[in-house]
Design a protein around this ligand. Structure first.
Ligand code: ADP
Ligand code: MG
Length: 246
């Protein structure tokens, strides 16, 4: 079992503090959803977990099975078992997906006897055009294709904890279903998920064990999957009013 432990995490961008102390524990086998309005700091949380440049950690800790994640360069975080499914996947001209995956697997000391066969099988499972596998990563892919590509990479790399940042943005209902099925197929005792989303819709497909509401760089509510429904019903204004009362 793996545990990603985020303790009182504080993060600044430039001179502005964005995260004001986030505490979250994600065990493998669990799916945690973080919901919040635009600007709440959701992407900042994923950026800080993965070590994106420009995000300064001003307090708190992030550990994976006791290892200090914040002390590692990004590539080492991936080797340790963290994986980020990006909101806006990057285009990598001149580099094929099989090359990216082969390097990544080698770094994780994992071997796949027939990587190309695995890629083709995973691609078929999520209706990803296998022709695209042989093209440069994400170059001239549609939004939906980029997301499927990301999900496929995640499935092949088998991370201990996967962070999905607004994977639902820009997806039509069919692509959303396919992407969710890809995630659900990976659910099991070996993988934990941090699913970040603005909308409840994604959580109809990926049913979370825990739901956390982020507001102004803090987790202000945590609960079971019904919390997402409550939020959908009452809207983010409810959170605001609730906070004003407190
Ligand atoms: P969310 O993903 O919840 O919409 P973000 O984490 O993207 O929120 O942003 C939270 C706040 O931090 C916003 O006010 C945003 O403008 C600011 N912010 C995030 N990243 C940057 C950045 N790289 N440069 C400047 N401001 C940023
Ligand atoms: Mg975001």
């Amino acid at each position: 079992m793996s545990t990603l432990e985020i303790r009182d995490l504080q993060v600044s961008v430039g001179s502005t503090q964005i995260l004001n102390g986030i505490t979250l524990t994600i065990n493998s086998g669990e799916v945690h959803a973080v919901m919040g309005p635009n600007g709440a700091g959701k992407s900042t949380l994923s950026a800080a977990i993965m070590g994106k440049p420009g995000y300064e950690i001003t307090g708190g800790s992030v550990t994976l099975d006791g290892q200090d994640v914040l002390a590692m360069p990004t590539w080492q975080r991936a080797v340790a078992g963290l994986h980020l499914v990006m909101q806006y996947p990057t285009e990598v001209p001149g580099v094929k997906l099989s090359e990216v995956l082969s390097e990544a697997l080698t770094a994780r000391h994992a071997t796949l006897p027939n990587l190309n066969k695995t890629i083709n099988e995973e691609a078929a499972r999520i209706s990803f055009d296998s022709e695209l596998v042989n093209r440069a990563v994400n170059v001239d892919f549609s939004g939906g294709e980029k997301k499927r590509n990301e999900i496929m990479q995640m499935a092949i790399l088998e991370p201990d904890v996967a962070v999905l940042d607004e994977t639902d943005s820009g997806l039509d209902i069919d692509a959303l279903r396919i992407v969710s099925e890809g995630v659900n197929a990976m659910r099991g005792p070996d993988t934990g998920f941090l699913v970040i989303t603005h909308y409840q819709r994604l959580l109809e497909y990926i049913v979370p064990d825990r739901v956390h509401i982020m507001w102004d760089g803090r987790i202000v509510h945590s609960g079971g999957k019904e919390l997402a429904l409550e939020l959908e019903e009452k809207g983010y204004d409810w959170v605001k009013q609730d906070l004003a009362k407190a």
